[in-house]
Ligand binder design. Sequence first.
Ligand code: IMP
Length: 177
Amino acid sequence: MDTIQVKDKTFRISIPESKIQERVKAIANKINQDYAGKNPVFLSVLNGSFIFTADLLRQVNLPCEICFVKLASYQGVNSSGSIRELIGLNVDVTNRHVIIVEDIVDTGLTMAHMLDNLMKQNPSSIDICALLVKPGKLQVKLDIRYCCLEIPNDFIVGYGLDYDGYGRNTKDIYTLV
Ligand code: IMP
């Protein structure tokens, strides 16, 4: 399907499944090389990264742990800027190598907030692994070591990302028309 309707808005396909899967595999391969022997903890940020996390982690062949946190900053099609923690971290990351798995970095405020909180627990290292980054919208300086794709400042849905709770369940990614 070239266009989909999600609630009151129309979205057009912008990143096909084949491209997403190719990039996810490439990033997983890099992580496999960089983290060999490091026993990392993957910290997946719900809800948007649930599909990305599942695909990425099936390509990661290292001994590792995976846990989930749930944050919310977006309302409708805009970042609210204030981040609420809905499910907290239940793993001790002290002296561990942490890889944050995020669906999309927009303003970067969510990642900055997570990094601040995680640093307090003295992990050995923290890297960010993002499916998508909107470089044109970043409001904070972030070092994103692993990024599958950079995209323009448009609002997107699909492959885990939502518009107002809907549109997460597609294999491709769609951009607001
Ligand atoms: P940030 O804090 O502004 O970087 O926003 C990060 C969060 O906003 C992501 O984890 C997404 O949940 C959400 N988000 C940002 N851009 C989009 C988008 O284009 N579509 C859907 N959700 C988005």
